[in-house]
Design a protein around this ligand. Structure first.
Ligand SMILES: [Ca+2]
Ligand SMILES: [Ca+2]
Length: 341
């Protein structure tokens, strides 16, 4: 079979998925695919691709990728050059193992292409600003660039601005986030708000407003333009929000059987929460140690009994919810409850 093979290989070419005609205008960063096929195999030793620009010298190209996995019957070639405006001529030679060459008598396949645009070689820029409402005690509202290592003292909003000189590839945007001590996870698109207009693809805004426990965090942003220029930014910050106690009350109040739940909201988790119950004249009746002390809304039950196990009588009582942090500071709030059997 081999000795009688007189058929040259089949030659096909695609530029960005379309089979072009010679003389076509192609983009400055084309995806060029060539496929050579022969029943007896392509002898890749004899494959050459040469390129000439604007009548200059014909130069051999080597920066293409040849794929011969699965044998030599089908040989795909991937070539993704960066081209500048001008006229390009590509000369391709190839033959099978019997010496049958593509390109007829000339022995060469010639394609002429025109490039009219300048390639985009500049990756997008990534900027992050951090804003805070300044709601806490003695806090100023913040709106400034996020500097690596910044310590934030309240829950913050991160505004990421992407800018490109030509067009962003929205689908390439990735926001990884997490504790510096853990593997970063990509955020789901539903975790942040993105503003991107395909009609004005040079800009995109992303707003991320997480509600976080105190800790050290890392933001890792990846963006790309439509020419596959990639930009990456990694930045860390520390959240050190005050432990604040709010929404302190008890339900039911008054209580008819003496049993009630103390509820309270903690902005961050303290080390411990203690609840002390007093008579109206200030006598301490009961201390609830290790009360619920998590970030968010907490609920701690009281059975209506004093330290000796006696049920407390009808009347008005005061209670104090005390949150202590590891650094020794404490916050507390006082409430009033009634037992009415
Ligand atoms: Ca052949
Ligand atoms: Ca660009």
């Amino acid at each position: 079979m081999r000795s009688s093979d007189t058929e040259p290989p089949d030659f096909s070419i695609w530029v960005d998925g379309i089979q072009p005609q010679t003389g076509s205008v192609i983009p400055p960063r084309p995806k060029i695919s060539i496929v050579l096929q022969d029943t007896n195999g392509i002898d890749t030793e004899f494959l050459t691709i040469a390129r000439q620009k604007d009548g200059g010298p014909l130069e051999l190209i080597t920066d293409y990728e040849l794929r011969t996995q699965g044998g030599y019957q089908t040989v795909p070639i991937d070539y993704q050059p960066i081209l500048f405006p001008g006229e390009y001529i590509f000369n391709i030679t190839a033959q099978d193992f019997n010496g049958n060459a593509i390109g007829g008598d000339e022995g060469v396949v010639v394609y002429r292409f025109f490039v009219t645009e300048t390639p985009d070689l500049v990756p997008p820029t990534i900027d992050i600003r951090v804003t805070t409402p300044g709601t806490g005690s003695a806090r100023e509202p913040l709106d400034e660039p996020l500097i690596d290592g910044t310590v934030l003292t309240e829950q913050s909003r991160f505004k990421i601005t992407l800018t490109d000189d030509s067009a962003l590839d929205e689908s390439a945007f990735l926001l990884n986030f997490g504790s510096v001590y853990e593997t970063l996870e990509p955020l789901d698109a539903s975790d942040y708000a993105e503003t991107f207009d395909p009609a004005a693809p040079a800009n995109a805004d992303i707003t991320y407003a997480p509600n976080l426990p105190n800790g050290e965090y890392q933001l890792h942003i990846i963006a790309a333009d439509t020419s596959e220029n990639t930009a990456e930014l990694v930045t860390t910050f520390t959240l050190n929000e005050e432990v604040t106690l709010s929404e302190v009350f008890n339900v039911p109040n008054p209580t008819v059987d003496g049993k009630t739940f103390f509820t309270y909201h903690l902005a961050q988790a303290p080390d411990t929460v203690t609840i002390k119950i007093y008579s109206v004249n200030g006598r301490l009746l009961r201390t609830l140690v290790d009360a619920s002390a998590k970030r968010g809304t907490n609920e701690t039950r009281w059975d209506g009994r004093d330290e000796t196990g006696m049920r407390c009588a009808n009347g008005v009582y005061l209670y104090r919810v005390i949150a202590r942090t590891e650094d020794g500071s404490r916050v507390e709030q006082i409430g009033k409850l009634a037992i009415l059997r």
